[in-house]
Design a protein around this ligand. Structure first.
Ligand code: SF4
Length: 228
C-alpha cells in the first residue's frame, strides 16, 4: 500500500514561531520603538509565557505629533494584552545634544549608533533600578535596521550593570518579519513613513522628491487602510 505523502506547506506559508528562551531568570524589560515593530515581539513573548514590561523611551521621534501617534498606538496594543507599559521621558534636548555633529550622517551610520546607545542606556538604567535582569528591543525586527549595530549598542548598555543581560534575539527570523506586517494590518496600526528623527524625516523627503513623490504627511497612513 502506498503511504500518502505528508501535507506540504504552501511556498509562501509563514513558519511557526521558534521556541523562545530568555537568557536570564526573571522578567524582561522590552524597549519598544513603536507598535508595528513591537506587535510581533509582544505576541511572541506572550505566546511563550515570558513575563515582560514595555519601556517606551524614544526622544528621537520628531515632531511631537508623530511621537504621540506612535506612543498612543503602542499603549493601545499593550492595554489590549494587559502588558505593563512604562512611558519614559521625551527629553528631546538631550537627544539633540547626543547627536550634535552627526546631523549629516546617513541612516545606519554614527548618528544611529548614538541614538541606539542613548535609548538602550536609559532602558538599562531603568532595568537596573527596577529589578529586571534582562533587556531587549523591538528595533531589530525592522529590515531597515542593522542588527549588528543594534546588538552592539544593546550589549554596551547592559554591560554598565553587572547583573544585566542584553538579549540579542533576531526577531526577524522564523517568519517574525512577515508576522509583524500581518499583525500591523490586523490591528490597523499607524504606519510611520520615516525612521523617526528630524534628519530621517529630511532625508526621506529628499528621496521622495527625487522620485517625484509628495512629501510625508504625518498622521494619515495606517496599515490595512488606504492612505489618506
Ligand atoms: S535615523 Fe532613526 S535610528 Fe538613526 S538617528 Fe534618526 S531616529 Fe535614530
Amino acid at each position: 500500500m502506498l503511504t500518502p505523502a505528508p501535507p506540504t506547506q504552501p511556498a509562501d506559508a509563514v513558519p511557526s514561531r521558534p521556541r523562545l528562551r530568555v537568557p536570564a531568570d526573571g522578567p524582561l524589560l522590552l524597549h519598544s520603538c513603536c507598535a508595528p515593530c513591537s506587535g510581533e515581539v509582544m505576541e511572541a513573548l506572550l505566546a511563550a509565557g515570558i513575563e515582560y514590561t514595555i519601556f517606551f523611551y524614544n526622544p528621537n521621534i520628531h515632531p511631537e505629533k508623530e511621537y504621540l501617534l506612535r506612543k498612543e498606538e503602542n499603549i493601545r496594543f499593550a492595554e489590549q494584552h494587559s502588558v505593563p507599559f512604562v512611558d519614559a521621558d521625551y527629553d528631546t534636548p538631550n537627544w539633540f545634544a547626543r547627536v550634535r555633529g552627526l546631523e549629516r550622517e546617513p541612516e545606519r551610520g554614527a548618528r544611529c549608533a548614538a541614538c541606539f546607545d542613548m535609548r538602550f542606556e536609559r532602558t538599562a538604567l531603568y532595568a537596573h533600578e527596577h529589578g529586571f535582569p534582562v533587556i531587549a528591543s523591538s528595533l531589530g525586527i525592522s529590515r531597515w535596521k542593522d542588527m549588528n549595530q543594534i546588538n552592539g549598542s544593546g550589549a554596551r548598555a547592559a554591560a554598565r550593570y553587572a547583573s544585566l543581560t542584553w538579549w540579542d534575539y533576531n526577531w526577524r527570523k522564523g517568519g517574525g518579519a512577515q508576522r509583524m506586517i500581518e499583525i500591523s494590518k490586523r490591528e490597523q496600526f499607524y504606519q510611520q513613513e520615516y525612521c523617526g528623527c528630524v534628519y530621517s524625516f529630511r532625508d526621506t523627503n529628499r528621496h521622495r522628491a527625487a522620485q517625484g513623490r509628495p512629501p510625508i504627511k504625518i498622521g494619515v497612513k495606517f496599515y490595512g487602510r488606504d492612505a489618506g
